[in-house]
Design a protein around this ligand. Structure first.
Ligand code: DX5
Ligand code: ZN
Length: 236
Protein backbone atom coordinates (compact mmCIF):
# COMPACT_ATOMS: atom_id res chain seq x y z
CA UNK A 1 0.00 0.00 0.00
CA UNK A 2 1.70 3.21 -1.05
CA UNK A 3 -0.95 5.81 -0.33
CA UNK A 4 0.24 8.94 1.48
CA UNK A 5 -0.80 9.08 5.11
CA UNK A 6 -3.33 11.75 6.04
CA UNK A 7 -4.08 12.94 9.54
CA UNK A 8 -7.57 13.78 10.73
CA UNK A 9 -7.68 15.70 14.00
CA UNK A 10 -10.71 15.42 16.26
CA UNK A 11 -11.55 18.64 18.04
CA UNK A 12 -13.08 16.59 20.87
CA UNK A 13 -9.91 17.24 22.88
CA UNK A 14 -9.67 20.93 21.89
CA UNK A 15 -10.22 23.82 24.28
CA UNK A 16 -13.70 24.89 23.18
CA UNK A 17 -13.33 28.31 24.80
CA UNK A 18 -10.54 28.99 22.29
CA UNK A 19 -11.80 27.02 19.32
CA UNK A 20 -10.63 29.49 16.67
CA UNK A 21 -7.04 29.23 17.98
CA UNK A 22 -7.27 25.45 18.11
CA UNK A 23 -8.34 25.36 14.44
CA UNK A 24 -5.41 27.65 13.61
CA UNK A 25 -3.16 25.18 15.44
CA UNK A 26 -4.47 22.41 13.13
CA UNK A 27 -3.80 24.61 10.07
CA UNK A 28 -0.26 25.44 11.18
CA UNK A 29 0.53 21.81 11.98
CA UNK A 30 -0.49 20.57 8.52
CA UNK A 31 -3.62 18.64 9.51
CA UNK A 32 -5.47 17.18 6.48
CA UNK A 33 -8.98 16.76 7.88
CA UNK A 34 -10.80 18.17 10.90
CA UNK A 35 -12.84 15.46 12.57
CA UNK A 36 -15.98 16.47 14.45
CA UNK A 37 -17.18 13.87 16.94
CA UNK A 38 -20.95 14.25 17.12
CA UNK A 39 -22.50 12.18 19.96
CA UNK A 40 -26.14 12.06 20.98
CA UNK A 41 -26.17 10.15 24.27
CA UNK A 42 -28.18 7.33 22.62
CA UNK A 43 -25.84 5.71 20.11
CA UNK A 44 -22.96 6.28 22.53
CA UNK A 45 -22.91 7.05 26.25
CA UNK A 46 -21.82 10.67 25.83
CA UNK A 47 -23.15 13.95 24.44
CA UNK A 48 -20.85 16.29 22.57
CA UNK A 49 -21.27 18.82 19.80
CA UNK A 50 -23.36 19.37 16.69
CA UNK A 51 -24.01 21.49 13.61
CA UNK A 52 -23.65 24.89 15.31
CA UNK A 53 -19.98 24.14 16.01
CA UNK A 54 -19.40 23.10 12.39
CA UNK A 55 -21.05 26.32 11.28
CA UNK A 56 -18.69 28.34 13.49
CA UNK A 57 -15.57 26.45 12.43
CA UNK A 58 -16.27 26.53 8.69
CA UNK A 59 -15.29 30.18 8.00
CA UNK A 60 -12.04 29.71 9.96
CA UNK A 61 -10.49 27.08 7.72
CA UNK A 62 -10.25 25.50 4.29
CA UNK A 63 -9.40 22.11 5.83
CA UNK A 64 -12.22 19.65 5.02
CA UNK A 65 -14.57 18.95 7.93
CA UNK A 66 -15.64 15.37 8.63
CA UNK A 67 -18.77 14.98 10.76
CA UNK A 68 -18.42 11.60 12.50
CA UNK A 69 -22.04 10.98 13.40
CA UNK A 70 -22.31 8.78 16.49
CA UNK A 71 -26.05 9.33 16.61
CA UNK A 72 -29.23 7.33 16.13
CA UNK A 73 -31.28 8.05 12.99
CA UNK A 74 -28.48 9.79 11.06
CA UNK A 75 -30.79 10.15 8.02
CA UNK A 76 -32.74 12.84 9.89
CA UNK A 77 -29.69 15.08 10.13
CA UNK A 78 -27.75 14.63 6.88
CA UNK A 79 -29.01 17.87 5.33
CA UNK A 80 -28.48 19.83 8.52
CA UNK A 81 -24.87 18.72 8.65
CA UNK A 82 -24.07 19.46 5.02
CA UNK A 83 -25.77 22.84 5.30
CA UNK A 84 -23.67 23.61 8.37
CA UNK A 85 -20.50 23.02 6.33
CA UNK A 86 -19.50 19.35 6.68
CA UNK A 87 -17.49 18.18 3.66
CA UNK A 88 -17.54 14.52 4.70
CA UNK A 89 -20.33 12.80 6.58
CA UNK A 90 -19.53 9.53 8.34
CA UNK A 91 -22.45 7.35 9.38
CA UNK A 92 -22.22 4.20 11.52
CA UNK A 93 -22.99 0.76 10.07
CA UNK A 94 -24.69 -0.13 13.36
CA UNK A 95 -27.56 2.23 12.46
CA UNK A 96 -28.43 0.00 9.49
CA UNK A 97 -28.82 -3.50 10.87
CA UNK A 98 -30.32 -5.58 13.64
CA UNK A 99 -28.45 -4.76 16.85
CA UNK A 100 -26.95 -7.72 18.71
CA UNK A 101 -29.22 -8.58 21.68
CA UNK A 102 -26.83 -7.20 24.33
CA UNK A 103 -26.64 -3.82 22.59
CA UNK A 104 -30.36 -3.39 21.97
CA UNK A 105 -32.17 -0.65 23.80
CA UNK A 106 -31.48 2.26 26.08
CA UNK A 107 -28.15 2.55 27.80
CA UNK A 108 -26.70 -0.60 26.16
CA UNK A 109 -23.25 -0.01 24.69
CA UNK A 110 -21.33 -0.52 22.48
CA UNK A 111 -23.83 -0.85 19.65
CA UNK A 112 -22.90 -3.82 17.45
CA UNK A 113 -24.43 -5.66 14.49
CA UNK A 114 -23.53 -8.75 12.44
CA UNK A 115 -25.09 -7.70 9.13
CA UNK A 116 -26.18 -4.48 7.47
CA UNK A 117 -29.12 -3.82 5.24
CA UNK A 118 -27.31 -2.61 2.09
CA UNK A 119 -30.37 -0.85 0.59
CA UNK A 120 -30.93 1.15 3.74
CA UNK A 121 -27.29 2.26 3.93
CA UNK A 122 -27.11 3.02 0.23
CA UNK A 123 -30.13 5.29 0.54
CA UNK A 124 -28.37 7.45 3.14
CA UNK A 125 -25.00 7.34 1.38
CA UNK A 126 -26.71 8.64 -1.75
CA UNK A 127 -28.50 11.29 0.27
CA UNK A 128 -25.12 12.45 1.62
CA UNK A 129 -23.56 12.55 -1.84
CA UNK A 130 -26.57 14.39 -3.31
CA UNK A 131 -26.22 17.01 -0.60
CA UNK A 132 -22.70 17.67 -1.90
CA UNK A 133 -20.64 15.95 0.80
CA UNK A 134 -18.46 12.85 0.66
CA UNK A 135 -19.92 9.75 2.27
CA UNK A 136 -18.15 7.47 4.71
CA UNK A 137 -19.17 4.50 6.82
CA UNK A 138 -17.83 3.60 10.28
CA UNK A 139 -17.60 0.23 12.03
CA UNK A 140 -17.45 -0.23 15.80
CA UNK A 141 -14.72 -2.60 17.06
CA UNK A 142 -17.14 -5.48 17.68
CA UNK A 143 -18.95 -5.16 14.35
CA UNK A 144 -17.40 -7.44 11.74
CA UNK A 145 -16.54 -6.42 8.20
CA UNK A 146 -20.11 -6.47 6.88
CA UNK A 147 -19.99 -3.62 4.36
CA UNK A 148 -18.71 -5.46 1.28
CA UNK A 149 -21.95 -4.70 -0.61
CA UNK A 150 -21.61 -0.94 -0.20
CA UNK A 151 -17.88 -0.45 -0.72
CA UNK A 152 -18.56 0.98 -4.18
CA UNK A 153 -20.87 3.56 -2.65
CA UNK A 154 -18.48 5.05 -0.07
CA UNK A 155 -15.61 7.53 -0.27
CA UNK A 156 -14.00 6.27 2.94
CA UNK A 157 -14.32 3.56 5.60
CA UNK A 158 -13.67 4.46 9.23
CA UNK A 159 -12.56 1.60 11.46
CA UNK A 160 -13.10 2.38 15.14
CA UNK A 161 -10.20 1.19 17.27
CA UNK A 162 -11.96 2.08 20.54
CA UNK A 163 -15.60 1.77 21.51
CA UNK A 164 -16.92 5.20 20.63
CA UNK A 165 -17.90 7.71 23.28
CA UNK A 166 -14.75 9.24 24.69
CA UNK A 167 -11.32 10.50 23.73
CA UNK A 168 -8.23 9.17 25.49
CA UNK A 169 -9.02 5.42 25.39
CA UNK A 170 -6.53 2.65 24.56
CA UNK A 171 -6.20 1.39 20.98
CA UNK A 172 -7.68 -2.10 20.49
CA UNK A 173 -5.25 -4.37 18.60
CA UNK A 174 -8.18 -6.70 17.95
CA UNK A 175 -9.33 -4.47 15.05
CA UNK A 176 -6.08 -4.92 13.08
CA UNK A 177 -7.21 -8.10 11.25
CA UNK A 178 -10.35 -6.22 10.14
CA UNK A 179 -8.22 -3.45 8.62
CA UNK A 180 -6.06 -6.06 6.85
CA UNK A 181 -9.10 -7.87 5.48
CA UNK A 182 -10.64 -4.60 4.30
CA UNK A 183 -7.43 -3.45 2.60
CA UNK A 184 -7.37 -6.69 0.59
CA UNK A 185 -10.73 -5.88 -0.99
CA UNK A 186 -10.83 -2.05 -0.90
CA UNK A 187 -8.49 0.39 -2.58
CA UNK A 188 -10.08 3.56 -1.18
CA UNK A 189 -9.38 5.51 2.01
CA UNK A 190 -9.33 3.54 5.25
CA UNK A 191 -9.33 5.68 8.39
CA UNK A 192 -8.64 4.43 11.91
CA UNK A 193 -10.09 6.29 14.88
CA UNK A 194 -9.29 5.89 18.58
CA UNK A 195 -6.14 5.55 20.68
CA UNK A 196 -3.76 6.68 17.94
CA UNK A 197 -0.17 7.48 18.93
CA UNK A 198 3.14 6.80 17.17
CA UNK A 199 3.15 3.09 18.12
CA UNK A 200 -0.49 2.28 17.43
CA UNK A 201 -0.46 4.37 14.23
CA UNK A 202 2.39 2.23 12.93
CA UNK A 203 0.35 -0.94 13.45
CA UNK A 204 -2.73 0.61 11.82
CA UNK A 205 -0.74 1.74 8.79
CA UNK A 206 0.97 -1.63 8.47
CA UNK A 207 -2.45 -3.24 8.49
CA UNK A 208 -3.53 -1.01 5.59
CA UNK A 209 -4.95 2.24 6.98
CA UNK A 210 -4.00 5.51 5.28
CA UNK A 211 -5.91 8.04 7.41
CA UNK A 212 -5.19 8.41 11.12
CA UNK A 213 -7.79 10.13 13.28
CA UNK A 214 -6.60 11.50 16.61
CA UNK A 215 -7.84 13.77 19.37
CA UNK A 216 -5.72 13.54 22.54
CA UNK A 217 -2.38 12.64 20.93
CA UNK A 218 -2.53 15.84 18.87
CA UNK A 219 -3.96 18.23 21.44
CA UNK A 220 -1.66 17.01 24.23
CA UNK A 221 1.41 17.31 22.04
CA UNK A 222 4.01 19.94 22.89
CA UNK A 223 5.03 20.03 19.23
CA UNK A 224 1.88 19.56 17.12
CA UNK A 225 3.70 20.13 13.84
CA UNK A 226 6.21 17.38 14.60
CA UNK A 227 3.38 15.09 15.79
CA UNK A 228 1.67 15.41 12.41
CA UNK A 229 4.96 14.97 10.56
CA UNK A 230 5.83 11.84 12.54
CA UNK A 231 2.46 10.29 11.72
CA UNK A 232 2.74 11.20 8.05
CA UNK A 233 6.22 9.67 7.87
CA UNK A 234 4.73 6.22 8.50
CA UNK A 235 4.34 4.01 5.44
CA UNK A 236 2.35 0.85 4.97
C1 DX5 B 1 -14.28 8.22 19.96
C2 DX5 B 1 -14.17 9.28 18.87
C3 DX5 B 1 -12.74 9.47 18.48
C4 DX5 B 1 -11.96 10.04 19.63
C5 DX5 B 1 -10.49 9.84 19.45
O1 DX5 B 1 -15.57 8.06 20.32
O2 DX5 B 1 -14.89 8.91 17.71
O3 DX5 B 1 -12.63 10.29 17.34
O4 DX5 B 1 -12.23 11.37 19.86
O5 DX5 B 1 -9.83 10.27 20.59
P1 DX5 B 1 -8.36 9.76 20.94
O6 DX5 B 1 -7.51 10.04 19.75
O7 DX5 B 1 -7.99 10.53 22.16
O8 DX5 B 1 -8.51 8.28 21.19
ZN1 ZN C 1 -14.37 10.03 15.84
Amino acid sequence: MNKDIKVSVSILSADFARLGDEIKKCEDAGVDIIHIDVMDGHFVPNITIGPVIIESVKPYTKIPLDAHLMIENPDMYIETFTKSGADIITVHAECYGELKPFSKGRNKFPKEIEKINPEKVRKDLNKIKKSGAKAAIALNPGTPLCIQDVLNDVDMVLIMSVNPGFAGQAFMDSVLPKIEALRKIYKGDIAVDGGINNETAKKAVQAGANILATASFFFKSKDPKETIKSLKRLKG
